[in-house]
Ligand binder design. Structure first.
Ligand SMILES: [Fe+2]
Length: 396
């Protein structure tokens, strides 16, 4: 009798363990929208267990999400679907300036023995029946305006981020996208650091529906985890520097690298940013020669560190390498960060070496920008909601 009871208990425990193991993966972070363009966007999220995942999209046409089979998009690497906890799926073939609904789906991978055997858990997706599906709007170069918000230099202050970029402020009706212009963490020491300081609060407020662009700051280049930057913040180019277009504007997002010489003791012989910036400058030369750039009515550069020929090494390198390429190609403004205060540098400043204006956004503010073919209007608001700068730049 004792043996029978023991066997029953063992079988029950085994059954419970298998049932527990076979549960669908949970979404523990995201989704958030990266690398948004006119015809594509990328969705990133994290599950608690290993999974293969996909995204389904539907037009915003009033039909229920379950009305018909929806188009699926998968993450693949050289044809194979990667198994993991982080998921990066690019949705393509979209129409510009169009709202799409989407849901993310996860199928847990319980066992992976290659060609021999793969065992899955049940699949589960983001909720599309008890709540509205997520919605994202593609960008549009035919639009007369583009409207976006910039934040920078928060240095691990998720509460400040949530205050300045709250869902009450940042929504699709008022903003086309958000840009973080660097130093949102003080050091990229771990995945958890980026998640807790930047990604999780952004998702909680707006980033599942309003596209987020990231311009790497010198502090995101630091720390044991820094080399994994692109795993969390993918771009169209596969590098932290890239371009995109919206409304009348063409945006060049540059990566300033570190601020001190590569040989500095702080970097422990682990960086080569001088060489990196030279490669970036070669890429930039091709960008300014492109038809898309040359035909844009408004040309905007976003870079964390402002150029300054007699400043720190990073500032001086930007003046030396990037300014000559950007001068005389019609740049209307450069948005910078890094100095933790507001600074407007006039065009042809001898130290910036740039023949266009440079605006540094302070570190505890949100800059709202509206661009049309005639002007760039920018307003800077502090965490208490007080407007501290309201200015405009006329398009030449
Ligand atoms: Fe900085």
């Amino acid at each position: 009798m004792k043996r029978l009871i023991l066997l029953t208990f063992t079988l029950f425990a085994l059954y419970t363990a298998v049932a527990e193991e076979a549960k669908a993966p949970k979404i523990i972070l995201g989704p958030y929208i990266q690398a948004c363009g006119q015809n594509e966007f990328t969705v990133v999220w994290q599950t608690d267990t290993d999974a293969v995942c996909w995204v389904e999209i539907a037009p915003d046409d009033g039909t229920h999400f379950y009305n018909t089979e929806r188009e699926r998009f998968y993450q693949t690497i050289h044809g194979r679907r990667p198994i993991g906890k982080w998921h990066v799926v690019t949705v393509t073939g979209l129409e510009p300036n169009t709202v799409y609904r989407y849901r993310i789906l996860n199928k847990g991978v319980l066992l992976n023995q290659g060609n021999k055997r793969v065992r899955y858990s049940e699949s589960k997706g983001s909720n599309v029946y008890r709540r509205q599906p997520y919605k994202v709007r593609s960008l549009d170069t035919d639009s007369k305006t583009t409207r976006f918000a910039i934040g920078n230099d928060f240095h691990d202050k998720p509460e400040l981020l949530s205050q300045l970029f709250s869902k009450e402020v940042i929504n699709q009706s008022k903003y086309d996208f958000v840009v973080y212009n660097g130093d949102m963490v003080s050091s990229f020491e771990s995945e958890q650091r980026l998640v807790e300081s930047v990604i999780a609060p952004s998702v909680a407020q707006f980033a599942s529906e309003v596209p987020l662009f990231f311009s790497r700051g010198n502090h995101e280049t630091r720390g044991a985890w820094a080399i994994n930057y692109q795993n969390y913040l993918p771009t169209q180019t596969g590098t932290p520097y890239y371009t995109f277009s919206d409304g009348p504007a063409f945006f060049i997002v540059l990566d300033s690298g570190e601020d001190k010489p590569d040989s500095d003791i702080e970097y422990h012989d682990l960086v080569r940013y001088d060489h990196y910036r030279q490669q970036e400058a070669q890429w930039l030369k091709n960008v300014v020669e492109s038809k898309e750039f040359q035909q844009a009515a408004v040309k905007i550069v976003i870079i964390h560190v402002p150029p300054k020929s007699n400043g720190w090494h990073g500032e001086a390198e930007i003046s030396k390498l990037f300014a000559p390429i950007l001068n005389n190609v019609g740049i209307d403004v450069m948005f910078c960060a890094h100095i933790h205060k507001y600074r407007f540098t006039e065009a042809n400043d001898p130290l910036s070496c740039c023949n266009f204006p440079i605006i540094c956004n302070p570190n505890r503010t949100r800059m709202d920008v509206e661009v049309n073919k005639e002007k760039i209007i920018y307003k800077i608001t502090d965490a208490e909601g007080k407007e501290i700068i309201n200015n405009e730049i006329l398009i030449q």
